[in-house]
Design a protein around this ligand. Sequence first.
Ligand SMILES: [Zn+2]
Length: 452
Amino acid sequence: MSDERHTSEAIDLLVALIRNACVNTGDPTSGNEIRSVRTVQEYLGMEGTVVEPVPGRASVVYRLKGFDPSAPALLMIPHLDVVPADDAEWTHDPFGAVRADGFIWGRGAVDMLNLTSAMVVVFKWLTAGLMAQPPGDIILACVADEEAGGVLGARNLVDNHWDLVTCDYVLTEVAGPTLTTSDGVALPVTVAEKGPMWRKATATGTPGHGSQPYGRDNAVETLGRAIVKIAGSDQPVRVTEQWLLFVDYLGLDSDVTKMLKDPDSVDSAIETVSEYDIALARWIHACTHMTLSTNVVEGGTKINMIPDTAHADIDIRLLPGQDASDVDDHLRKVLGPDLFDEITFVPVLDMTANQSVTSGRLWNAIGAAAEHHLGTSRLAPIMTPVTTDARFFRERGIPSYGVGLFDDTATFSQMLAMFHGIDERVSEVSVQRTTEFLATVIEAFGSQRGES
Ligand SMILES: [Zn+2]
């Protein structure tokens, strides 16, 4: 074990993790995160506690005991899995971890193996005495299966192994580059995420021979009418308090910013933004709307048979303050009472949005680290439209944040486009800065007094 802090170790670790290609397709036999668990074990020189609910789907947990049992414990919980990537569309092999032009290229470079590597290196510094150790426990849990809902990773740890991950504060994803406004720079910190309220829509009809459709109910046609209506109607706007706190940090033109705060003008402001930055427009839309997207359709068995059932999976995402009744209200309004009654909507996933407070010991520590590295403690509290493992801890009232520190080689919206996108890459400098930044966060967390 080296006796100095080398941020280059985070780069080497990131390269190794990308090359392990722990691709999670959603199939329980994919992922095979045990390979990256071994990489982490080897690097740390410690076994940790391995939890492997299904062969190959491993997570590893380490707990560095603090010296004051009454001091708050901090959990770093990065994931090891990544989503698939189609080689043909990439500039470099998505699992080659090619180092070129100052970047590390590959699936997971942004989501989230950059942070995973930084957190593992910081944990090593802590255990090697290369950093001031906070009084409370520091836990590192490198987990499987985040990309398919965490059932074999964080969800399993929280539900079945709570003793391993017991904590008072959490650091996980999502981290993004700094934002520049007329008042200077601000560091985005993920504090909230939308709630997936997924629905399986089913239409039924009367079966019969396809040659004589007169007077029959065709389930595919009924469902088709519903899908077209859902797709063709405006998605409900909602300007949340969290959005009002955040929108100024985007540093957009002042007229556009003003419009983005008013539910009546949000949609036209988004149209304006889409003309020059579609990724940003898409993200703003998600942050200000209940979104509905029909993503799977099944129905019928044979070209000459009138189908009696058809299904559609609809990905619906709720903003803070919305619940299942808002979904039903919207669907009833869009479909009309008759069509609404013809279709059953069965919950596939029923979660409301979650968020953490923008105050407290870890929040203050992030602010102090930002002051140290950026010269400002302005933190921009951000909501992500996707789900992360943070939700399992926010459910238990544990403040959970995502943060890192990047250089200016990718803007906020360029980074948005890289999540699950092509040519995902991160600059080497960003990986090193994030590592130093997280080390400062933990030291600042440890040195704070009073408030726990
Ligand atoms: Zn992720």
